[in-house]
Ligand binder design. Sequence first.
Ligand code: HEM
Length: 359
Amino acid sequence: MGKSWLQDMILDEARELVDDLTALKENPIDPTEVITPCANNVICGIAYGKRFSHQDARLRRLTELIGKNLTLTAKGQPVDFYPFLRHIPFTKFSTVLKECTKNNEEIARFLQDLVDEHRKVFRPSADAPSDYIDAFLKQQYTQRDDPTSTFTDRQLIMSIHNLFAAGTETTSTSLCWAILYLIENPKVLANVQKEIDSVLGDRQFPVLEDKEKLPYCQATITEVLRLGNLVPVAGRKTVEDVELSGFIVPKDTKIAPMIFSVHEDPVLFPEPMKFKPERFLDADGKFISKVEWLMPFGSGKRQCLGESLARMELFLFFVTLARNFTLGPLLGGAETPGHTLMRIVNAPKPFRTSFIYRS
Ligand code: HEM
């Protein structure tokens, strides 16, 4: 994650994103519809070494299925705390389980097709693996005589599925929060665009080297990660008895660190519910990159595996969007915009806006 070749892949998506939005001719759209295929394609590139057109029916279906499962699960319902409830027949919990299983089977078939296509051209003697599937197949081949090897096709499918589930909706939802906060805070959008124009000039797309010269943009993205609380509650279990503030937490206790309780603490972040990128700038306007209490990617040994990739994507997509478009007014769907939907990924309720091309 975070390697420079990923930049080219992300920029390919950024180009198609600009084309998709321009083709709309300022007709309002729910931004998730255009951004999620980009995030999915980046994971396709890592896993499979290829991207799909945003109109490709298989990519669209995959995006739909992943989105459906994230909406169906972890909504803070009793079944999330007492998982055995899913086995009680004819309850909504068992129905949800059935639907998720059906969706997962379809996702697994899609991924198995990708693996099968790869296997046809796989050469164990090739030096450098070209993508994740290739690297996995190589290891599978090396361990082919070991009956205890965990390099099975099922393991491969589940690992790729994990990358899609953890790495697509999180990134695209962060960008949707960014769009929402920019619409609600036009001064921030104006500052962002002024900074981008002064650094990019006529260039339509940023590169990672621009990052240092765009402190206000970096501060804005960081504020999106703080206030957006993308993964508000992480899931852990103690592996041994732990003493915490004088209490003993026994081994095997489920722990749910609430990241938002830190991000919204008024002592750590004054006026926590206000969107203020300036809190991440020092007196000289330099970006403050290290803030102990900021943990959008969790903390510790199991913190987000995709953090560097996510940060690359957020920077390149965010700057591309602000460089190329000004945002129209906020239009709600059936729901009031701006409030959150409770699920694994903390998302804004659906909203639409128009993207007005800046030449
Ligand atoms: C803005 C985007 C993202 C956010 C906010 C985010 C946030 C998180 C958080 C809070 C965790 C839990 C960490 C913990 O338990 O302390 C996590 C885990 C994880 N994330 Fe991300 N993530 C993002 C993007 C990505 C991407 C792009 C990928 C993969 C390509 C990814 C892959 C993973 C994986 C595999 C885990 C589980 C790690 C483990 O258990 O060892 N994430 N992420």
